[in-house]
Each structure stands twice: as C-alpha cells, then as structure tokens.
Design a binder for this molecule. Structure first.
Ligand code: MRU
Length: 323
C-alpha cells in the first residue's frame, strides 16, 4: 500500500505522525493553520516538499474557516526556516483565488514532479548499484513517492537490482526510522549504518553512488540539506563517487546567490543530549544543533529536478534550467 504522509479530508488535514514511526502509524488531524504550523514545528510532518504541501492545506483550512489569512500566512511561515518549499507554497496560496483548489494542485504537482524525477534519476543509477542516501527524502518527505528515494524507487521498479545504504542521520534519525522503514515496506534491499561508517564503506568499495534530497538550492547550485550531508559529499569526492541531489524546482531559491545566505535552523539541545527521554550527556554541557548544512555546488555531480538533470551545477546552468 502506498505511504500517505498527508491526507486532505476537506474540513481537516490528516498528517501521519512521523515522530512515532516506525513503531506506530497514527494520523494527527489539523483543523486550522495554527494546528498545521504546530505540526510542522513539532516534526509531525517534515521534509521540504511535505512541509510545503501541509502549509498550503493549513492556509486553505483558515480560508475555509474565514480566519485572518495574514495571520495564517505569518504563523505558517514562522514554523521552520530552512526548506524554501514552505515559502514557495505560501506565496502561491496568497495569490490563489480558490485556496482549496490551489492546495490540492500543489499536492498533485508535487507527486507528478516526484514521478518525473524518479524516471530521469533512475537513468543515472547503474544495474546492481549500491546507493547511499542520507536523511529521508522519500514518500514521507513529500506528497508521496519521494525525491532521492523516489529515484531509488523508480530504479528498483525499473528492474534494476539495486540496494540502498541508509545513513541513520543523527540526531533525529530520519534515516534509521523513516528511510529504512520505507525500504522495508517496499522490499527494497537496504542496509542501515551509523553516519560515521559512511567513509569506511566507501573506502572498501561498498558504495557506487550517493543521492540525497534538498531543502533549499541557491542560484549557484549550493544545496542545503540535512546536517551531515556535506560530510558525505566530501567523502564521495575523496572516493571519486558520483554525488547527486534530487529536488523539484519548488526547492530552488534563485533569489539567494549562494549557500552562505541560506537560513539554517537551530533545533533544541535535547535532540543531541539524548533521545526519547533517555539522556546520555552531562547536565550543563554546551550543545550545538544546526539541523542543516550546505554542500557547495562544486561537490555535486548533478541535480535532478523534474525538468532535467543539471550536471556540474553552477549559476548559469541552474538559472537556465529554471527558465
Ligand atoms: O528536518 P527534516 O526531517 O525536515 O529534514 C529533511 C531533509 O533534510 C530532507 O533531506 C529534505 O527535506 C528533502 S525531502 C524530499
């Protein structure tokens, strides 16, 4: 059965609570923009395209409720700072004549873009490739299907005998909890590793290609994605492995010249000092928890979007693709 992170019910939005996966599949019902904003902030729903889709439906709920739409916009826009899909979707909603129809269009277009990226990206994945991925850029992170994991899904569906190496993705474990779960659900062979094993596996020749998603891509191709992605990109270059990014055009932010201007979310210290109530670090220690990092364009072999593949991305090639 297809994984459905977001279900629109006309008078409410149902979100699969990703905090509880893989142990439980429970839906949270949201009836206002404020409830959707809280669900985004609290990670019920996460992943750049999924955040954009959820925010669009949140706006549609307040439009239906005849609430203050300026307030709805501001509340949703304040939920998380890095994924540009949130602001892209809200800008569309602000201009739309029919809020519900626009939110449904955003949702459906996202699914179509995922499918298109899947077909384009699958051509880059060789028969029997061992594909490393990071974080979760799957069905759960989108309206369904996925970006990086969508490419993997498409390659698998196209009878390529591939396997996945999923990095667990500390501190929030999107790789271990969500990517591994999606692969197990679909029977895609998947090996889970901790993040610090990536270099070792590459050095042993156990990885052929890396593909990840993105939260915001600057005009020059610099790409913000889950913290640790940069480290994997550096390792991929050291081992001469192709490093691909898969992201729809809704994840591009051509107004930002390069990655240095991408806002990076800082998340609570508790995500680093422990997990689900278990604490392993001493009280009183200083903690940093940036949720994203920027991979410079020079480390990226290609960016797969729904319109094509931008090889060796730079400003000229990115802007040409977005035209
Ligand atoms: O903090 P998250 O879980 O929202 O971060 C998600 C990622 O970094 C994904 O890789 C990115 O949003 C792409 S999802 C198709």
């Amino acid at each position: 059965m297809a994984i459905e992170p977001i279900r629109w019910k006309g008078d409410r939005l149902e979100l699969l609570d990703q905090r509880l996966l893989p142990d439980q599949s429970v839906y949270v019902a949201c009836k206002s923009a404020a409830e959707v904003a809280a669900a985004i902030r609290d990670m019920v729903v996460r992943g750049a395209p999924a955040i954009g889709c959820a925010a669009a439906f949140g706006f549609a709920l307040d439009s239906r409720n005849k609430s203050d739409l300026k307030k709805a916009f501001d509340t949703l826009a304040a939920s998380r700072p890095t994924a540009v899909n949130l602001f892209w979707a809200l800008d569309r909603m602000k201009k739309a004549a029919n809020a519900e129809a626009e939110a449904i269009a955003i949702f459906k277009e996202d699914l179509a873009m995922n499918r298109a990226m899947g077909e384009l990206g699958a051509k880059l994945i060789a028969q029997r490739a061992r594909v490393m991925t990071y974080c979760n850029a799957g069905a759960l992170a989108t309206s369904g299907y996925g970006t990086a994991l969508g490419v993997i899904r498409a390659a698998f569906a196209n009878k390529k005998d591939i396997s996945v190496v999923a990095c667990e993705t500390r501190p929030y474990l999107q790789g271990a909890r969500l990517t591994a779960w999606e692969c197990v659900q679909e029977g895609i062979p998947c090996t889970l590793i901790t993040d610090n094993m990536a270099g070792h596996l590459m050095s042993k020749g156990e990885v052929d290609v890396v593909i990840v998603g993105a939260d915001r891509i600057a005009a020059n191709g610099d790409t913000a994605n889950k913290i640790g992605t940069y480290m994997v990109a550096v390792l991929a270059r050291r081992h001469r492995l192709p490093f691909y990014v898969a992201a729809p055009t809704s994840t591009f932010d051509p107004k930002i010249a390069d990655g240095s201007a991408i806002p990076i979310e800082e998340r609570p210290a508790q995500e680093v000092t422990g997990y689900r109530g278990l604490r392993w670090a001493p009280e009183g220690v200083a903690v940093r928890n940036p949720a994203f990092d920027v991979t410079p364009a020079e480390l990226i072999t290609g960016i797969v979007c729904e319109k094509g593949v931008i090889l060796e991305p730079n400003r000229e090639r990115v802007l040409a693709m977005l035209k």
